[in-house]
Design a protein around this ligand. Structure first.
Ligand code: PHB
Length: 394
């Protein structure tokens, strides 16, 4: 009897210790305050929903602990400090999240030093993945959308003007669009880079109007800034003057469409996902979101990058039976393919650790009385980051 009790206790102790050894800690850094502080929950909700729906697929005894931190917007010093704390004090197995490029860049050296894999679920400047071998990205690059946009636009417009936020992804959108537009025979009349926070939109829009381009290509970080662009574009009369507003999908992010109103109608964008994209995996994803968070709630593209990023993390956990080795994790990430992404089939390019994904030409139209990014055409089924492709050493 006594022996039996001891044996039972020992078995329990072993089970308990393996269980705790198999808690996977994910340090999740995103923006819950500051510029576009409303975006963080779109990412976190996706991660939590994926975990909830797929927990049962994990090896038995394995649990995921998500430790969330607010980087307060584009704030590299804060992001670096948070990453350091998560690595040193919380001993996280993985880092994930991050809306803004400067934050991702500030965290990259820490990942290399500590060998902590970092799954980028939004930040989209091309160079990010080159900054650490421990980074893999499940979101997008601005080149992936803006380069095919420039190719498409060069067939429609003789001239274009570019207006971008003055930081990494803005510079990439400007470079990618201009390169493709000019290669296709178009002429860029002028390029303007505006401050990331609170630019004087009316003044910039007046300059564009006076220059009379066929199209205005805009990149600003998704969120409230997109609505400010749209309102000023209409108020200053650019739409009425026949200037066509185009850009990567960040300028017509779904949660802002109702705030923009009908001025957004006809805006043409290139992007990897849309809320109304007619794919089974997308319809299931949106339905699961509404069931969990409420019928009036919708995911956005940051949710998709985070959902898929969590699916990739699950694959690494499953293949390693719950014991994560950073180098093996990166090998698994590099060869990850996911047919059931809401955006269509995706994979990671093993050479660059960057996402390979479809790109759609979309136009804002009304669907059942609501503004939506209607996918008109698939421009590419498997777009690699064009910046990396064009800069490959021959
Ligand atoms: C970025 O900082 O990389 C970024 C931010 C917002 C976006 C896209 C990219 O909509």
């Amino acid at each position: 009897m006594k022996l039996g009790k001891i044996a039972a206790f020992a078995a329990f102790a072993i089970a308990a210790s393996t269980a705790s050894a198999q808690t996977i800690k994910i340090g999740f850094i995103t923006s819950y305050s500051g510029l576009n502080g409303n975006l963080g929950p779109y990412m976190e909700r996706a991660v939590r929903l994926y975990i909830k729906e797929h927990q049962k697929e994990l090896p038995s005894g394995v649990k995921i602990e998500l430790i969330t931190r607010d980087d307060t917007g584009p704030n590299p010093d804060k992001a670096k400090q948070l990453a350091q704390e998560l690595i040193v004090r919380e001993k996280v197995n993985l880092l994930a999240g991050v809306v803004f490029t400067p934050n991702a860049l500030a965290m990259a050296p820490l990942c290399t030093e500590a060998k902590v894999p970092f799954v980028i679920m939004n930040a989209g400047t091309a160079v990010i993945t080159t900054r650490s071998p421990y980074i893999a990205r499940t979101s997008f690059t601005l080149w992936q959308s803006s380069y095919p946009l420039g190719q498409w636009a060069s067939k429609k417009f003789k001239t274009a003007y570019t207006l971008v936020s003055d930081f990494g992804p803005g510079h990439d959108a400007e470079d990618a669009f201009s390169k493709a537009f000019e290669a296709g025979g178009g002429k860029i009349i002028d390029k303007v880079r505006v401050p990331l926070q609170n630019p004087d939109w009316a003044a910039y829009m007046q300059r564009v109007k006076d220059a009379k381009p066929g199209a205005l290509m805009v990149f600003i970080p998704a969120g409230k800034t997109a609505t400010a662009v749209m309102k000023n574009f209409a108020d200053l009369g650019l739409k009425d003057a026949g200037i066509k507003l185009i850009g990567p999908g960040d300028i017509t992010t779904e949660e802002e469409l109702p705030n923009m109103g009908d001025v957004a109608l006809g805006v043409t964008t290139v992007f990897h996902w849309s809320l109304v994209g007619k794919r089974k995996a997308n319809e299931e994803f949106v339905a699961a979101w509404k069931k969990e968070y409420g019928q009036n709630e919708i995911p956005n593209f940051l949710s998709v990058g985070s959902w898929d990023g969590t699916a990739m993390i699950f694959e690494a956990i499953k293949q390693q039976k719950g014991k994560l080795d950073p180098d093996k994790t990166m090998e698994i990430f590099k060869h990850w393919k996911f047919a059931a992404s809401p955006r269509g089939p995706i994979s990671i390019d093993p050479e660059t650790r960057d996402i390979v994904q479809p790109e759609y030409l979309r136009e804002v139209r009304k669907v059942n009385g609501r503004l939506a990014n209607v996918e008109l055409e698939t421009l590419s089924k498997a777009e690699k980051d064009p910046w990396k492709e064009l800069n490959k050493k021959k």
